[in-house]
Design a protein. Structure first.
Length: 152
């Protein structure tokens, strides 16, 4: 009886990577009563099944691209989620906020953006979970290329 279970061989055909994107009108929070409308893009790739990318577009494109766990974004739709550099809060009607709030921290700099929660939820459910179902991310990873040199 083998002491370990073999992972699928890289010689087995893998489905081609597919991508889904969502363009959003977000709000960059500048203060308690001040914000700026900004375009952003959320993207998800089936060959990187754990992460979503949040890309700043237009005049704030220099803020770059942030990658974080798709699970974090999903969890943040219903309850506060995250630690460290990326944190997410669900809409809070008691504070008059219907948007999903995302905090991005880079050293001492912090950016707060509000994303339309209904659009994000719909995109995750209909698009990203269709590519890689929730909980099946590990099955979509090509472990042979991620862990070169492993032995059977």
């Amino acid at each position: 009886m083998p002491a370990h279970q073999s992972l699928p061989s890289s010689s087995q055909p893998r489905p081609e990577a597919t991508c889904t994107e969502l363009l959003l009108d977000a709000r960059l929070v500048l203060g308690e009563h001040e914000s700026l409308d900004i375009p952003v893009r959320l993207s998800y790739r089936s060959d990187d099944p754990i992460a979503v990318a949040l890309e700043f577009l237009g005049p704030v494109a220099e803020a770059g691209v942030w990658e974080f766990a798709r699970d974090l974004l999903w969890e943040g739709l219903d309850r506060p989620a995250g630690q460290g550099d990326v944190r997410i809060w669900p809409p809070c009607t008691c504070h008059g906020r219907s948007a999903l709030r995302v905090m991005l921290r880079n050293g001492n700099e912090v950016v707060l953006i509000d994303l339309p929660s209904r659009q994000v939820r719909r995109w995750l459910r209909r698009e990203t979970f269709a590519l890689v179902p929730l909980g099946a991310e590990g099955d979509a990873i090509d472990w042979d290329s991620e862990l070169p040199g492993r032995t059977d």
